[in-house]
Design a protein around this ligand. Structure first.
Ligand code: C2E
Ligand code: MG
Ligand code: MG
Length: 393
């Protein structure tokens, strides 16, 4: 079965020919390919490549026509890797890594040019090189699989309830994305979101999640009261010039109120004051609130608080888990007072016990989120949770 994600060859099939324009490199998953080139009109065998090896990447890297031909010696399975996947990485790569790569590339071309009789240069620290290469291959595979998961709608939207402490009611949910990988099992968002952020893949992932969130909000519409859903947004997504416009277009297309959507940005993103000030202003024009996520874990730059018109601060779970410590309690009390003075709501993250909720209630914290309030759940479960919560009101 051939697709954009997997290619199968039988013995004798040619993967690419000398002179072809390079668009794709390949990771050999199974089988062996014979690499040949022409020398003075006759075919010369350069070698055989098998499982776990990249093929065709040299021509893709420097965009030169293929200078070898690759033919399957037996049944082969390959994962194609698009040139864009390399190009994006190369652009953002550490300059030293880029230099190393290009020096290798130069060596490869020299070797091919002096093909008849030149001695092979030493490969350096083979073990370290192999483990670095195998890590890179693992990432490449995971990235290709994430692209596939996105195309096949295999990412799932989970919603975690957020309780308004004073009323005791669920006010909304945070959207958390889950990837159930067919072979690896569940892949944590910490792993695959970071991977998606390394390339522009986070942009389609973000759009997919937004679409799923809007569809979920549509399902809540028939209920008497409707919750908000808070969406995590990465810095890379905000670089898209029409980020807010596209978001608003989705909201309109689903006929939901913009006030039902909230954005969560992290401190590292918020440090880009100009960009984030503009983002918050555009969101506010549309009626969309913006929260600062994981507050207290990063730079905790107080400038973020007085320079940005944030609607909410999400206090990181590390603080909530240490509320028994009087010094931590003092910090949390001060942060809540500061946020209240700025007309900014506080959401306590990671609330796991009744004691923590009681302390937060005493501290006059606005919202609580965590396993004690409710686990991240499917949209159907969240609908039932919300309906039951409202029925109990
Ligand atoms: P976050 O936005 O701070 O989300 C809260 C994380 O805390 C979630 O982890 C949630 O499952 C976990 N959590 C909730 N309650 C508790 C609790 O009581 N105790 C403990 N120990 N943990 C709790 P998760 O789902 O693994 O997500 C990790 C991070 O991945 C998120 O942190 C968020 O930054 C990112 N993320 C998740 N989904 C998306 C997404 O769709 N887009 C983007 N850009 N980032 C996402
Ligand atoms: Mg969040
Ligand atoms: Mg958080």
């Amino acid at each position: 079965m051939d697709s954009a994600y997997r290619i199968e060859l039988q013995a004798g099939n040619v993967l690419f020919r000398e002179g072809d324009a390079p668009t794709t490199a390949f990771l050999i998953e199974e089988g062996t390919l014979l690499i040949t080139t022409r020398q003075n009109g006759s075919v010369v065998v350069l070698g055989e490549l098998g499982h776990g090896v990249l093929i065709g990447e040299m021509a893709v890297l420097d965009e030169a026509p293929r200078n070898t031909t690759a033919t399957a010696l037996n049944h082969c399975v390959l994962t194609p890797i698009d040139r864009a996947q390399f190009a994006e990485r190369l652009e953002s790569a550490d300059p030293l890594v880029r230099a190393l790569l290009f020096s290798q590339l130069g060596r490869y071309h020299n070797a091919l040019a002096r093909f008849s009789g030149a001695a092979r240069s030493s490969a350096g620290d083979e073990t370290a090189m192999r483990s670095a290469v195998s890590l890179a291959h693992d990432k490449i595979r995971l990235e290709s699989q994430l692209r596939r998961a996105l195309d096949l709608h295999e990412l799932d939207l989970y919603l975690q309830p957020i309780r308004h402490i004073a009323s005791g009611r669920i006010a909304g949910f945070e959207a958390l994305t889950r990837w159930h990988h067919s072979e690896r099992g569940p892949v944590s968002p910490a792993a695959f979101i970071a991977l998606a952020e390394e390339t522009s893949l986070i942009v389609p992932v973000g759009e997919y999640v937004l679409h799923e969130v809007c569809s979920a909000l549509q399902q809540f519409a028939p209920l008497a009261a409707t919750p908000f859903v808070a969406l995590n947004v990465s810095g890379r997504q905000l670089q898209e010039p029409d980020f807010v416009e596209r978001m608003v277009a989705q909201v309109r297309a689903h006929a939901i109120a913009p006030t039902q959507l909230k954005l969560e940005i992290t401190e590292s993103v918020a440090l880009d004051f100009d960009k984030v000030t503009a983002l918050i202003a555009s969101c506010h024009r549309e009626g969309i609130a913006v929260a600062l996520d994981d507050f207290g874990t990063g730079y905790s730059n107080l400038g973020l608080l007085h320079r940005l018109q944030l609607d909410a601060l999400k206090l990181d779970k590390d603080f909530i888990h240490q509320l028994h410590d009087p010094r931590c309690l003092a910090v949390v009390r001060a942060v809540i007072a500061m946020a209240r003075a700025l007309d900014c709501a506080i959401v306590a993250e990671g609330v796991e016990t009744a004691a923590q909720l009681a302390q937060l209630t005493a501290l006059d914290c606005h919202y609580a989120q965590g396993y004690f309030i409710g686990r991240p759940q499917t949209v159907d479960e969240a609908l039932a949770t919300f309906a039951a919560d409202r029925a109990a009101a």
